[in-house]
Design a protein. Structure first.
Length: 269
């Protein structure tokens, strides 16, 4: 079992609606848990209520307060049961305070399905031709989040993050994967929830990285990914008045679009 699988494990409590979790400090960024990691924990609890529909085809989360490492609880509820889609709600709390709440539409994706149409994957150099870098490393350390996810940025993105480009556009591209030393995650759907929120904020190329908490994030699972690194492209359309948006797309090693996400976040806090 990988570290990620252990870190997102939940245990049902007596009434069937509550689950216990132990949030792993390895997924901290600064003093707060990474939002994608929290989504993966919530998702694992909620999907227990949708047997036969293991894939979070559409999810939306609101981040109310930062979460810290240690014990947490997840409250789950089925809002609607359907033949192809079940809608669920999950809320994570610590010390009696709600921290993150999400709505999840669960279904089943056929790994063999061929798309009627899909946008082409970006033309990226392979990971070995990219460069590793994470502007959050000083806030996470080797044992924190930067040690959980390996990110390989294209040369152009690396120059933007290194602030070697004048007036850079808020755009990132490259590849990411779970750190090999942590083991390969067994649940690709759970890992996608982390991956869509694993990158440095796109505003990192506009100004030096700082705390940029997510307010709301919606993501869609489009296909079951093949094992291996995920190619990513992230971009922002506006950063103004302390707010910015970020869109992320992920492709698997076969060039299939496997996830899309969009979030609104604060900056400069």
């Amino acid at each position: 079992m990988s570290r990620f699988d252990r870190a997102t494990r939940v245990r049902p409590e007596d009434d069937g609606r509550w689950y216990a979790a132990d949030l792993d400090p390895g997924y901290l960024i600064g003093t707060a848990m990474n939002g994608g990691y929290l989504m993966a924990v919530l998702q694992r609890a909620a999907l227990h209520l949708a047997p036969g529909q293991p894939h979070p085809v559409s999810s939306s989360y609101h981040f109310l307060r930062p979460a810290g490492p240690g014990p947490a609880r997840v409250r789950t509820e089925v809002l609607k049961t359907g033949r192809t889609v079940t809608t669920l709600r999950a809320t994570l709390s610590q010390d009696g305070r709600d921290l993150v709440t999400g709505h999840i539409s669960a279904g089943r994706l056929d790994p063999r399905a061929a798309p009627d149409y899909t946008a082409a994957a970006p033309d990226l150099p392979p990971p070995e031709a990219c460069r590793r870098m994470d502007p959050r490393r000083s806030a996470t350390g080797e044992d924190g989040f930067s040690g959980r996810i390996e990110q390989y940025f294209t040369p152009r993105t690396w120059e933007r993050l290194a602030r070697r480009t004048e007036a850079p556009e808020p755009e990132l591209a490259g590849h990411l994967r779970a750190a090999p030393g942590d083991g390969e995650p067994a649940d690709p759907a759970a890992f996608l929830a982390l991956a869509v929120d694993a990158l440095p904020p796109v505003v990192s190329v506009v100004r030096p990285w700082r705390w940029a908490p997510t307010v709301e994030l919606t993501w869609h699972m489009r296909a079951v990914p093949e094992p291996g690194p995920l190619a990513f492209r992230a971009e922002g359309r506006s950063a103004a008045d302390g707010w910015f948006d970020e869109s992320v797309e992920l492709w698997d090693v076969k060039g299939r679009l496997v996830a899309q996400a969009r979030q609104l976040a604060r900056s400069g806090l």
